[in-house]
Design a protein around this ligand. Structure first.
Ligand code: NAI
Ligand SMILES: O=C(O)[C@@H](O)C(=O)[C@H](O)[C@@H](O)CO
Length: 331
């Protein structure tokens, strides 16, 4: 957190690299942002200047949002060093945490990890920001794969709390714990998942984003109507309740029957997974049965529902969408 703490190194100074650099520096960490691309003489320096200008514009925008004073802006800016691959070596000497954020092209990832394996210490943690590549596949490009893990940030990196960590069987537990603890220090919420394409969020959002696009294609509603339905319905609900938590609220059986009808009317892609039918057969439909995806034994349900409703109210107030008492009497 202070000048003596090892710098965080980030390879790739594009959208995600810059966003992650600002997130760490804002929280007080020193960061080295490294542009790995091979460039003609002189071009590397020009690119680093461009990255600095882009960072400064980002920081000015945070200042205009009231998140930084001008003194704090200077400090955040100074904590970020920008360098090219030619000048990167000394920055790795003390680095214990290195993020990779080069383009989503397998060959570029491969050469980045080969280069990185030569530059940094063998036990420095290496975390890839990849949106799609499996951790097991990328780990093959890294020397000492025990220190390798995927850490998928969401865009915009400065503000989205979630970072999805995907580990392989080889990734050491220490690496997952150390990375999670660093992320928590800067206010992020790490969630660990198995080596799987699409992690949790990209897998979920690919389905709903494709379905939204399909509804436009089918002429069922306009883009504005669908997005309004998401903002004040789907998104609002799931900012309070988890998806599985809501299955327990509404009942797994309701989801099962509803999905069956959608399969008949729309497409087999709405088929429920077998876990929903298994839950029905074992009377685990959710809150009403006392168990579902969660166990409600010993849970004070009215207290729990009240807490969730309070969270809804906070959001409704922010959105200016609170129900108005006796609205009918207003002229
Ligand atoms: N853009 C997004 O919304 C998100 C992206 N990601 C992942 O983050 C990673 C980085 O994505 P972005 O920041 O969007 O990419 P970007 O294109 O904005 O930045 C990539 C950086 O790598 C440099 N670069 C380009 N070609 C190169 C090469 N041949 N060798 C080395 N460096 C090269 C670019 O100059 C730039 O500094 C990808 O793996 C992507 O899947 C993850 C979450 C969200
Ligand atoms: O949710 C996110 O921020 C990311 O998972 C993405 O949206 C993907 O990387 C996307 O930008 C790729 O098209």
């Amino acid at each position: 957190m202070n000048d003596s703490s090892p710098p965080i190194c980030i390879i790739g100074a594009g959208r995600m690299g810059e966003g992650m650099a600002v997130a760490f520096s804002y929280a007080g960490f020193s960061v080295t942002l490294i542009d790995l691309k091979q460039r003609l003489a002189g071009d590397a320096e020009i690119y680093c200047h461009e990255v600095r200008s882009s960072l400064e514009a980002e920081l000015l925008s945070l200042q205009s949002l009231g998140l930084l004073t001008s003194n704090q802006l200077k400090r955040v800016n100074q904590r970020i060093q920008i360098c090219s691959r030619e000048t990167a070596k000394p920055h790795f000497a003390r680095a214990e945490l290195i993020f990779e954020a080069v383009p989503e092209v397998l060959d570029i990832k491969r050469s980045c990890f080969a280069w990185l394996s030569e530059q940094c210490s063998p036990d420095a943690i290496i975390a890839s920001t990849t949106s799609t590549f499996l951790v097991t596949q990328l780990a093959e490009f890294v020397s000492n794969p025990r220190r390798f893990v995927n850490a998928h940030w969401l865009n915009p990196a400065m503000f989205m709390p979630l970072v999805e960590i995907s580990r392989s069987a080889t990734t050491s537990e220490h690496v997952v714990q150390r990375l999670s603890s660093m992320l928590r220090k800067i206010g992020k919420v790490p969630v660990v998942c198995a080596p799987v394409a699409g992690y949790i969020v990209p897998r979920l959002q690919a389905l709903v984003m494709n379905e939204a696009a399909r509804m436009v294609e089918e002429g069922l509603a306009t883009a504005e109507e669908i997005d309004t339905a998401v903002n004040v319905g789907f998104g609002l609900r799931f900012s309070v309740l988890g998806l599985l938590e809501f299955i327990d609220w509404g009942g797994g059986d309701t989801l099962f029957y509803g999905s069956k009808y959608l399969v008949e009317q729309l497409s087999p892609r709405f088929t429920s997974p077998s876990i929903i039918a298994e839950h029905m057969h074992s009377h685990r439909n959710g809150m009403r049965d006392g168990q579902g995806f969660y166990n409600y034994d010993g849970v004070n349900l009215s207290q729990y529902k009240k807490q969730r409703l309070e969270q809804y109210i906070q959001r409704l107030e922010l959105m200016g969408k609170m129900p108005v008492f006796e609205a009918s009497s207003e002229s």
